[in-house]
Design a protein around this ligand. Sequence first.
Ligand SMILES: Cc1cc2nc3c(=O)[nH]c(=O)nc-3n(C[C@H](O)[C@H](O)[C@H](O)COP(=O)(O)OP(=O)(O)OC[C@H]3O[C@@H](n4cnc5c(N)ncnc54)[C@H](O)[C@@H]3O)c2cc1C
Length: 473
Amino acid sequence: MRQLQEICGDDNVFWRAEDLLVWEYDAGFDRHPPSAVAVPGSTAEVAAVVKAAHDAGTAIVPRGAGTGLSGGTIACAGAIVVSTARLRRIVAIDAAARMAVVEPGVPNVAVSAAAREVGLFFAPDPASQRISTIGGNVGTNAGGPHALRYGSMVNHVLGIEMVLPNGEIARFGGTAADLPGYDCVPLIVGSEGTLGIITKIWLRLLPLPEDIRTFVAIFPDIDRGARAASAIIAGGVVPAAMEMLDNVTIGTLNAAFDVHLPPDAGSLLLVEIEGLHEETEDWAASIERLLRKNGATDVRSAASAAERELLWKARKLGYAALARIKPNNYLHDAVVPRTRMPEVLKQVNAIAERYGYVIANMFHIGDGNLHPVLLFDARTEPIDRVMEASAEILKVAIDAGGALTGEHGIGLEKNHFMPWVFTAEDLDAMRRARDSFDPDGTMNPGKIFPGGEACADIPTERTKRVLAEGMWV
Ligand SMILES: Cc1cc2nc3c(=O)[nH]c(=O)nc-3n(C[C@H](O)[C@H](O)[C@H](O)COP(=O)(O)OP(=O)(O)OC[C@H]3O[C@@H](n4cnc5c(N)ncnc54)[C@H](O)[C@@H]3O)c2cc1C
């Protein structure tokens, strides 16, 4: 402890049980306190903390804002948490090079705002963008509504500075277009803190689009909405974003944000296109035609920037608004081939009905990212049953040719499902890649890989705790 305090300063190290309470959870379900928390203020301090931990054989968990939904920041095996809360500098916005250089603790939305000031924009926009950090976005390869057209985080990271598990500082990628040697950047993006602590990121910025148009299309049911989404992509126009909301979600957003969406709509598509005026003019006509042809009973376009912003605000804060229905929810993050979406949604809703859960669907339909939210009350409904229903939903997605996660990562929550989609050989190859960075396995142990690792006891603790306390806060 003394050593951590000498490196970071007394005020930036937490170790008392009462202080650690707020570091024992993130936005997922699992909980476990770290043995201590260090909040370094520079790359040099991060390196010194990591070296001290390495020399003492202590595990480390990197942490951004803790909005992760797969338990990626839950500390186990006596690990200390290293928080990036003091690494919040936007080092440079280089308009000519269309690039930003930032520290990992910078919130996503701050990069977008700084880029806009010079006529550029930063495309990755997770719904959590007001709080989640760039370091966490890189750690999870975050997506968001605009990933449909612009791709997820990995498409926007040019370079990374990272403190390796032994405390050395390394840099990967950078500003040149074609660097020789192994391209480690895509390996690090989405590695969930298992390869090192990212301390600086070079980000790609894009020119602001000349014109943006946002449509709301109303459908009598989910099925027709899903088919219309597929028809739009098949028709050759890739919108910047395409989100689907179901009837439960529409009701909640109306109540929470005053957005006046039709309350008896079976589903709603929020479609956004952006480009040059001439392009958007043509695309708008084609999209409206396809929406109507595929069953839309009404298609409206946002009349002003303010209306557009309200729609997106409702969409992005909608997850929290679901607490109006039930105090707890479990948000899924599977991916399915877009064309299989209608049948998968039917099966997902049937599972929720069989278990007796209200389900809300609010998701990035354009890229097949499925986000059914199971609503429940953990004071009376055991979490294990929710997890059982969730495993069934995941199985449906995998059987339809989908993936375990589209954007939230594997973390602690889905590591035991990895053998559903990877062979022993696949997993072994991935483990060896991790070992080449972290031979001692001290960097975020127990995450991503299934079986017998450091955090294996946590799901049991979770169950015991919920049952014992009869509640989950
Ligand atoms: C309401 C809500 C909406 C959300 N919407 C979206 C969405 O639309 N799209 C989406 O992709 N996600 C979404 N998420 C999930 C979450 O916000 C993202 O996963 C986000 O990228 C996490 O950022 P964070 O700063 O909170 O990271 P944390 O939760 O602190 O960490 C996430 C992972 O990254 C690792 N990590 C963090 N910082 C570093 C670092 N400096 N170096 C190395 N590893 C690091 C951690 O170890 C952990 O494994 C949502 C979450 C909530 C609560």
